[in-house]
Write a protein that binds this ligand. Structure first.
Ligand code: HEM
Length: 494
């Protein structure tokens, strides 16, 4: 008995010594929360945006919070973001990425060279290779839309806009990068991949936080296994029907010594990285257009000029013929993403670092902590940078002369980043151009080839699912019902 009490007291003391932390004068304000070890983890996970706004009001633009035993310094001053983004020596991208890789995808790649994989991806998603991918994407989008809604269809079809946009863009993206031709008997049906993927996506934030309940854990493992089986053949051989990028990526993993299991798990990770954001982004944009008639008219007008120019040039794929400029569409997309892109940009502090902020203050960041930027709060929803930040204004990113607007100000100084849906710097999104092209093509096809209307003309945009802050594009709670049918005046896709 005495020994038990003795050991218990020592365990508590040891725990206290290991987890006790006080703030030194040179460090950012420290907020540990009242619950030992857990700190603010619950509030952070429930609605990170609300929590971080509360901390910002209490502490200002920089503070350190405790969450599940880790200390995270959050920086919310966009004038100072480069101090984090541009110092990969002290603030490492890959360590935290590896933690997530293991938690979400059960994946370990001990000999992986992230820089080689990224260079390969850049090569495949730029220049002529990108043009080829864009062309293949256009073809698949047209074929999938025709399959959903034959051109001779006379009746309206009702759908949930989120489900419609996500599934269609997922299937198109999957076919372009992973699966080869639609209706190819050797490749899995993209719809079954999407059905499994959606279940996985629904559990993703809990997987990342390690908060799955036992039943959810079992579901997650089952779904993962099914997705691994479906993805197994992708990229195996050059004629597997997958993109050259995927084949090259799989080759690289093999050369690095990854076994077949690890290769397949890595494919699921890539499926998420390449398909998880495009559909939700397209949904928000189309949703905002349908609920803002003035914006819808402006984008349609711009697209109708594109169609007319293409008809004059006898072009079958209007947006493929460079240079097609669409500043109104670009502004509307940027605006939709300003409101709904909410990634954390997280780095691990691998050596003590003094960070210099734009207001002249400097703070010590401790080795072993994490640093997190949350551009959603600032610049994106910062009322000093964007007036009425909660409101969708399709022309927010347009100058009076109709050109793209990039000059936005905070504390009298121009901000380098007025919105950061794709991150920034060396670890920014490699697929940005491909993603934007895909969304533009999809919205163009929807608006020029179909009549679209809300099922309830007074419907408002759905609320966001608050548990997804920090994981890229937000997703809605529920859906926005709409209906569509082919436009009588438009000829079918060729
Ligand atoms: C609307 C669509 C998309 C959004 C909002 C988005 C956003 C992001 C963000 C925020 C990051 C992380 C930046 C950081 O931590 O600093 C990222 C990374 C990445 N994205 Fe995207 N992305 C999108 C589509 C795509 C597509 C279509 C692809 C590929 C075809 C892609 C490939 C990647 C890759 C490979 C990385 C990791 C870069 C690295 O390792 O440094 N993304 N993306």
């Amino acid at each position: 008995m005495i020994w038990t009490v003795f050991l218990l007291v020592h365990a508590v003391l040891l725990y206290f010594i290991l987890t006790h932390r006080t703030r030194s004068k040179s460090e950012p304000p420290l907020d540990k929360g009242v619950i030992p070890w857990l700190g603010h983890a619950l509030e952070f996970g429930k609605d990170a945006s609300k929590f971080l706004n509360r901390m910002k009001l209490k502490h200002g633009d920089i503070f350190t919070v405790r969450a599940a035993g880790r200390y995270v310094t959050v920086l919310l001053d966009p004038h100072s973001y480069d101090a984090v983004i541009n110092d990969p020596e002290s603030l490492d991208f890959t360590r935290y990425a590896r933690v997530l890789m293991e938690r979400i995808f059960s994946l370990r790649l001990p000999h992986h060279q992230p820089n080689t994989a990224k260079a390969m991806m850049r090569k495949h998603f730029m220049g002529v290779n990108l043009t080829t991918l864009n062309g293949t994407m256009s073809r698949h989008l047209r074929a999938l839309l025709t399959a959903e809604m034959p051109p001779n269809q006379k009746h309206w079809k009702d759908e949930g806009l989120f489900n419609f946009s996500y599934s269609l863009l997922f299937k198109a993206g999957y076919l372009v990068l992973f699966g080869g031709e639609q209706n190819n008997n050797n490749s899995p049906d993209p719809s079954s991949v999407y059905e499994e993927y959606k279940k996985f996506d629904g559990l993703l934030t809990k997987l990342a936080r390690g908060t799955l309940k036992p039943e959810e854990k079992r579901t997650a493992h089952r779904v993962q296994q099914r997705l691994w089986d479906l993805l197994a053949p992708a990229g195996l051989t050059e004629d597997s029907g997958s993109s050259l990028w995927l084949h090259g990526y799989r080759q690289l993993l093999k050369e690095e010594g990854a076994d077949v299991d690890a290769q397949i798990k890595a494919l699921l990770m890539q499926l998420w990285a390449t398909q998880g954001n495009v559909g939700p982004a397209a949904f928000w944009l189309l949703g905002y257009l349908l609920t803002n008639p003035e914006a819808l008219i402006a984008v349609k007008k711009e697209f109708s000029h594109v169609s007319q120019a293409a008809a004059a040039a006898a072009s079958e794929t209007p947006l493929m013929d460079t240079p097609v400029v669409t500043p109104v569409f670009d502004s509307a997309l940027e605006e939709a993403m300003r409101l709904t892109a909410a990634p954390f940009i997280t780095r691990e502090v691998v050596q003590d670092k003094t960070i210099h902020l734009s207001d002249g203050h400097e703070y010590l960041l401790r080795k072993g902590d994490r640093v997190c930027l949350f551009p959603f709060i600032s610049p994106q929803m910062d009322p000093e940078i964007h007036r009425e930040p909660q409101t969708f204004k399709y022309d927010r990113f347009l100058n009076d002369d109709g050109s793209a607007k990039s000059a936005f100000y905070k504390r009298g100084r121009r901000v380098k980043y007025s919105s950061m849906p794709f991150g920034a710097g060396t670890n920014g999104c490699v697929g940005k151009k491909f993603a934007i092209h895909t969304i533009r093509e999809f919205v163009y096809l929807m608006l020029t080839h179909y009549d679209l209307q809300l099922c309830d003309p007074n419907a408002q945009m759905p609320e966001v699912n608050a548990s997804r802050y920090g994981f890229g594009m937000l997703q809605p709670e529920g859906d926005l019902r709409f209906r569509y049918k082919p436009r009588l005046t438009h000829k079918s896709f060729s």
